[in-house]
Design a protein around this ligand. Structure first.
Ligand SMILES: *Cc1c(COP(=O)(O)O)cnc(C)c1O
Length: 365
């Protein structure tokens, strides 16, 4: 409903379905295991705490608006030119920034059927038209994406690996996607889970960005680096894209503590290795154990699994979610992603993973 005697949001805003974050608590349960937002069970590097202790951060002064220290640390860790890096208040901010910078009403933004919901929200917030492209086997379908490109298409989002499916497409497929796009269409490769992937044919997108003017890669400190609470993301793109986004972004979009923490975290390769190792072990164990219960688990290369439940009364995804919650295990319902019969489970601590396996063993018996 709109009326002229009150401020009305611009057209399209009230059509946006607000993002629903993973739940944090369960009623009446003392000990809760939050496995709903793909956070790291290892938490951040101890170097982050050490950096806070060593630095006397002056909270009364503005942070460095260019996040120079953080960009330097990222460029050193990944061998990139710091001038091609832009940091954000989480990569969510950067996804929105790209939409605000490149999309206008009438433009179309593409994303995949079971892709991250933030893309659709940010495309709509920019006043552009969201276009969902069907997946094949819960995986991005390059031919379908290319077939959906029209004269109005300005941006294509690809989460690789994808959340919430955990699937990925190999680098030759990403290259084929890029090769099929007109040069004025911006390809956004969201590589939030890149560090977890152990596949020879996977690349996060650095080379595609380096070799082209219409590709952006986004990354986050929220997952492998265990810093979701500080909100730190970054993107890698050519100078023209960085320059345009710098005109639109908030001048101090990354806070002083985030700059210090991110720089310390990305320098601690051993901690990243520990997190990858933990995930490698438990991703396999959890997937195998759940499949042994007769549940279908989509093969995942990320730090989470998509578990498919039967429609049998007592064993549906909704009932499993309720049962797990009552025991303190909070997974993610993914009906909003078009997956009403599935739950997404973050790979957690040993205790959490075994607890979920135990609970589902009882439920499925
Ligand atoms: C978690 C996630 C992000 C990261 O968001 P932040 O804003 O950096 O915390 C980005 N993309 C996908 C697909 C994700 O799952």
């Amino acid at each position: 409903m709109s009326s002229s005697d009150q401020p009305n949001p611009k057209p399209g805003v009230m059509d946006i379905a607000a993002y629903v974050p993973g739940r944090e608590s369960a009623d009446g349960v003392a000990k809760v295991y939050k496995l709903s937002s793909n956070e790291s069970p290892l938490g951040p590097s101890p170097k982050v705490t050490a950096a806070f202790a060593a630095r006397n951060v002056d909270l009364a002064t503005y942070p460095d608006g260019s996040a120079h220290e953080l960009r330097q640390a990222i460029s050193k860790a990944h061998g990139l030119n710091p001038g091609n890096i832009l940091c954000g208040n989480g990569s969510d901010e950067l996804l929105g920034l790209l939409c605000q910078t490149y999309l206008a009403p009438g433009d179309e933004g593409l994303f995949t059927q079971h892709g991250f919901l933030v893309y659709k929200i940010q495309i709509m917030a920019a006043g552009a038209t969201p276009v969902s492209v069907p997946d094949t086997d819960l995986t991005a379908d390059v031919d379908a994406i290319l077939a959906a490109v029209t004269r109005k298409t300005k941006m294509v989002f690809l989460a690789n690996p994808n959340n919430p499916t955990g699937t990925y497409i190999p680098v030759n497929e990403v290259r084929r996607l890029h090769a099929g796009l007109p040069a004025h269409v911006l390809l956004v490769l969201d590589a939030a889970y890149a560090e977890y992937v152990r596949r020879n044919d996977y690349e996060a997108g650095i080379e595609l960005v380096s070799a082209n003017t219409n590709v952006v890669m986004t990354r986050t400190f929220s997952k492998i680096h265990g810093l979701a609470g500080l909100r730190i993301g970054w993107m890698y793109a050519n100078e023209a894209i960085i320059d345009a986004c710098n005109r639109v972004r908030g001048p101090f979009n990354v806070n002083a503590l985030a700059i210090i923490a991110g720089a310390a975290a990305i320098g601690d390769r051993a901690h990243v290795e520990r997190a990858v190792e933990h995930n490698e072990v438990w991703l396999g164990r959890v997937s195998t154990a759940l499949e042994a219960l007769g549940l279908k688990v989509t093969p995942s290369v990320g730090n989470f699994v998509l578990i498919h439940f039967p429609q049998t009364a007592g064993k549906t995804a909704a009932e499993a979610d309720e049962y797990l919650s009552s025991r303190g295990y909070i997974l993610r319902r993914v009906a909003g992603y078009g997956l009403p019969d599935a739950l997404r489970m973050t790979i957690g601590s040993e205790e959490a993973n075994l607890g979920v396996i135990d609970a589902l063993t009882e439920l499925m018996a």
